[in-house]
Design a protein around this ligand. Sequence first.
Ligand code: HXC
Length: 508
Amino acid sequence: MTSTIAELERRRDAARAGGGEKRVAAQHAKGKLTARERLDVLLDEGSFEEVDMFVEHNCVDFGMAEQVIPGDGVVTGSGTINGRLVFVFSQDFTVFGGSLSERHAQKICKIMDMAMKVGAPVIGLNDSGGARIQEGVASLGGYAEVFQRNALASGVVPQLSLIMGPCAGGAVYSPAMTDFIFMVKDSSYMFVTGPEVVKTVTNEVVTQEALGGAVTHTTKTSVADVAFEDDIEALLAARDFIDFLPASNREAAPERPTADAWDRIEPSLDTLVPANANQPYDMHELIRKVVDEGDFFEVQPAHGGNILCGFGRIEGRTIGVVANQPTVLAGVLDINASRKAARFVRFCDAFEIPIVTFVDVPGFLPGTAQEHNGIIKHGAKLLFAYAEATVPKITVITRKAYGGAYDVMASKHLRGDLNYAWPTAEIAVMGAKGAVEIIFRGRTPDEIAERTAEYEARFANPFVAASKGFIDEVIQPHSTRRRIALGLRKLRGKSLENPWKKHDNIPL
Ligand code: HXC
């Protein structure tokens, strides 16, 4: 008996040792934690329960029969984050460079299948040299098995990817199909083909970091959502992030007790919007003053900054916030902003997270760059996303809501449940000057100025829209939190279903 227990412990120790001390030291020298150290930071202390610790690869080519490391380059299992169940895989770069073999893939698939069965998020910590080269096509099959599960899990359980090392070639497509991607600066990268292939094919010289590092993907491409300084910062952020999300589409998001009064009045909001309509103000201030304890987890903060998306809570319950940002491009809707917000709205809708939209939008961005790159199709994504969403939708127009962008931003006509406007709102087909220049083309500048003032007085307010019932109420800015809290309470029992269909055909 004792000897069998000792044997178990010996085998466990061998699996825990991964690729050995030298490779672990090399991992640390790169500023990276090991696969198991990462899980220690991510999960509640002592909560990790490993599975498949003794799984081995089945490859006999290229001397692989003699090189067997239990676990085969990925640590898998489940644990808790603030007491809530999550399934995890953590690729171990010290074992064959974390490369994906057939068995390695089977381990990932096993925890994904279990997560789907029980309804819990999947968090993948990616640090891998890609397909296990010695295994060839078996490894490709393994990737495809994972991809298939990513697609089936989408909208059923939240999927979060942390890229904490290499992620190249076809391997990028598994994280790309998950809901959110966090990256670590300087030590992680994602690209379909690396700098050497790029040089050969296009003659471009580019570093790994510039081609597909965390900064590139969170500023330029929007492939990733947030960039972090190091492993620990990324893992702790993932803990906070998961706390906002429901375990699955069958469950509500967790409720976090708060000392923040639901009816807190914020007098400073009464003067947030400057008297001059062309002067910007920071929409973050409004969001932070409305959500519980100012706690707002922004996604894609460095991309498409003219729209803000992220999670907060009201009365301890998660909301998704979408807000035009007047400090960036005057809050205009362009391709990047439309794509960013559309995906966010669809995530919220899939997981029954109510959407609160703050509107200050002068319209869609004009120009050949936008038109030729398909603003029509991309803008339609956001329109489509809001139109199909059946979750509670509360909209607050703080200032401009012009033209098509008024319609798009969770307007009453797109089944907005509660549509509020501040007294500073200007809800109109377009800005006064532009409108007058069209209606009164050819008139003298004096006449235009006079007509503009007339138009402003008539239309640059929320009352025309309110008189038609397009706005449910014009509210005091200082009571915005109270109104939203009351609205969300009211909408808890909301039941709304779209017509049956196999699936929709969102303009991709
Ligand atoms: C098997 C691999 C491996 C791989 C790395 N290793 N990648 N073993 N298959 N894909 C092993 C190395 O042999 C080495 O083993 C250890 O991991 C660490 O690798 P190093 O090269 O020493 O590390 P580093 O200098 O940090 O470079 C990391 C790297 C490089 C940039 C990832 O290893 C690399 O370029 N690897 C190959 C990448 C690649 O071409 N992958 C296949 C892509 S095709 P020892 O024993 O020395 O520690 C693909 C298709 C997927 O992924 C398609 C899905 C649809």
